[in-house]
Design a protein around this ligand. Structure first.
Ligand SMILES: Nc1ncnc2c1ncn2[C@@H]1O[C@H](COP(=O)(O)OP(=O)(O)OP(=O)(O)O)[C@@H](O)[C@H]1O
Length: 617
């Protein structure tokens, strides 16, 4: 193991945070054992095949050494003995090839099975975690766990056992043979290995651990400064701050260079010492010097030196491989720990005996919720959404509007209180039933890499083209779709990219086609464009009168059209009622109304109170 190897070993997992201390994480070990349990027989078979292959691999070496001794010894050689040694060596070579190939084949098949099982478990778990959990994770992080981290178990399963087995089996077997020839020279041959082993504690000094942590942290700072720089590049350029942002990266890079040198200085001397001790020239030199001394003193026959020269090298190679095997295992350990974090996410409990909701009246009873234990975002919400009504939620940024509406499609469960649909707690309704009843259009629209038609018909795969087109027309996206290269068959993300507003209209068409009796909608702010606004208004107006609609309203028109307005502030409902009544009360809602009206031209008011020609609801 040299400094470059060490750097490579550190670089492979590229952790943005320090996690060197997690190498021997028992939880990761348990996860690995649990994963391997169904495959224990195969895993044991791989190890046994490798042991046999490794031991058989000694036979050709021993045969060459033995041949040398026979042929170099004074007097005529015994032909029968010579042939037996040759055949034994050849047979050993054959067995080694056969068993190593079988072990490698089986190891790789096993590795494929374990990776498949892991990815299936991850997929199954991701299918059951609360949808809200995804909003806190970056797609890239999850992709890394499912892709890279699962692949990181490959060396552990397919290679590390072989390397470790070779390291533990070959040296003892060689030593037994060498001891039978000359124990003094055997001890001398062991000097290089003993030197390398003596250096290992120096790699584990507290100073090294500190340097390792600083190395990880510095690497993390570089990674995050690059990510921040790249993510914010548009803003940085537009506001002329590129020099400052660049400086943050340069500072992180400068820091890293300093820390890297300290780290390498600490590691490199030790690593170089180990590499020298285990290098073939050094081993040969030690054996030759020791052998020459014993031969000149008459205690060793010259022919007996040959086995030591051959097997001396075989003693050190597995020790060096042990380092790589250890690196592979620790990298796999770190990956398994990240996989375990995902597997351990609490699934949204499915009811054992699902209850069917009676109707689609929605009621929030004493609902409290916080993303973190010590900070409540919703503080006791009591609200009834009657079928056939539109309820608009307004309130300052951060007041909890998105959080509240996300409880309806069960992105999260409330920490206290309950959300009832048709008189049944959402926790008692099966998820299929729930998603048949509640559909939603949020601002963070996710379109699939699939055709426009498939994206719209996601909830109703059997919908025919006419139904898809009707929904698209209602959502105001039909004309745009006709302009795409292959119309409704255009693959999004491949053949065409949609703007934010267009994507939201596709998502609206999806919700309209799903035709769910409860619709939760976050009116666009980020992708606000006149067509999307119109589409949302038209959709709300044309939906049949029995729906329960909850909308986060950012526009006065939507609020004016709503039956009920809920004003949320700091996680509590501070006003609740008909828009016209609330205006008359001249409280928070009236203030919200006035502040928004100053931003637009023309007279707009709820229920015809102000706007001329608008029918009161
Ligand atoms: N996934 C999350 N994890 C932790 N905290 C969150 C998460 N989502 C929102 N919050 C916090 O919860 C509070 C309420 O956020 P929420 O998005 O519900 O407010 P909002 O009224 O919809 O705001 P806006 O109008 O700006 O969208 C905020 O303080 C926010 O920081």
């Amino acid at each position: 193991m040299n400094a470059t190897d060490l750097a490579q070993a550190r670089k492979r997992p590229a952790p943005p945070t320090k996690d060197a201390d997690g190498d021997a994480d028992p939880a990761a070990g348990r996860t690995m054992t649990r994963l391997l349990r169904p495959h224990l027989r195969s895993f044991a078979a791989v190890v046994v095949l490798q042991v046999i292959g490794a031991v058989a691999g000694l036979a050709p070496l021993l045969a060459v050494a033995e041949l040398g001794r026979i042929l170099l010894s004074p007097g005529p050689a015994d032909r029968g003995h010579v042939w037996m040694v040759v055949i034994t060596g050849a047979a050993g070579l054959f067995v080694r090839l056969l068993f190593t190939a079988a072990a490698s084949g089986l190891g790789h098949v096993l590795d494929g099975q374990v990776q498949l099982a892991l990815r299936r478990q991850l997929a199954a778990r991701l299918g059951h975690v609360p949808i809200g959990w995804f909003s806190r994770r970056r797609t890239g992080e999850l992709a890394k766990v499912v892709g890279e981290d699962v692949s990181a178990v490959h060396p552990f399963i397919a290679h590390a056992p072989g390397e470790l087995v070779a390291a533990f089996v070959v040296p003892p077997a060689s030593l037994v043979y060498l001891f039978t020839i000359d124990w003094w020279l055997t001890l001398i041959t062991l000097i290089p290995v003993a030197m390398a082993v003596a250096l290992v504690p120096l790699l584990m000094l507290p100073a090294r651990a500190r340097e390792q942590e600083e190395f990880d942290a510095a690497m993390g700072r570089i990674v995050s400064s690059v990510v921040e720089f790249v993510q914010g590049i548009a803003v940085v350029k537009a506001f002329g701050g590129s020099e400052r942002a660049h400086r943050a990266f340069l500072t992180a890079a400068d820091d890293f260079v300093g820390i890297f040198f300290t780290w390498v200085r600490g590691m490199s001397l030790v690593a170089a010492g180990m590499q020298l001790a285990l290098s073939p020239p050094f081993v040969l030199l030690v054996v030759l010097i020791g052998g020459a001394a014993l031969i000149t003193s008459g205690s060793l026959a010259p022919a007996d030196l040959l086995p030591f020269l051959l097997l001396g090298l075989e003693l050190t190679a597995p020790v060096a491989a042990l380092g790589h095997g250890f690196d592979d295992m620790t990298a796999a350990g770190r990956a398994v720990r990240r996989i375990k974090e995902v597997l351990d996410v609490r699934a949204l409990p499915e009811p054992a005996q699902p209850v069917t909701p009676q109707g689609h009246r929605v009621e929030l009873r004493g609902v409290r919720f916080g993303y973190e234990d010590d900070r409540e975002v919703l503080r006791g919400i009591d609200l009834v959404l009657e079928p056939g009504t539109v309820t608009a939620i307004v309130g300052p940024s951060g007041s909890g509007k998105s959080t509240l509406v996300r409880l309806l499609p069960r992105f999260f469960d409330p920490t206290h209180g309950s959300v009832l649909l048709g008189g049944v707690d959402l926790r008692e309704i099966g998820s299929r039933e729930l998603y048949r009843t509640v559909s939603f259009v949020f601002q963070d629209v996710r379109l699939l890499r699939a055709s426009v038609a498939d994206n719209i018909a996601l909830a109703v795969p059997r919908a025919d083209r006419d139904e898809v087109i009707r929904a698209a027309r209602l959502a105001g996206i039909h004309d745009r779709v006709l302009g795409l290269p292959r119309g409704y068959d255009t693959i999004l993300g491949e053949e065409a990219e949609l703007s934010g507003g267009e994507a939201q209209r596709v998502s609206l068409a999806r919700a309209l086609l799903a035709d769910a009796p409860v619709l939760v909608l976050d009116e666009a702010t980020s992708f606000a464009d006149p067509q999307t606004e119109q589409a949302v208004r038209r959709a709300l107006a044309t939906l049949d009168g029995d729906r329960t609609i909850l909308v986060i309203a950012h526009r006065l028109e939507t609020v004016a059209d709503a039956d009920t307005v809920v004003v949320l502030e700091n996680g509590s409902i501070v006003e609740h009622g008909k828009p016209a009544d609330l205006l008359e009360q001249d409280g928070k809602f009236a203030a919200f109304w006035r502040s928004h009206r100053t931003a637009i031209t023309g007279e707009i008011a709820p229920h015809g109170a102000v706007r001329q020609g608008d029918e009161p609801r």
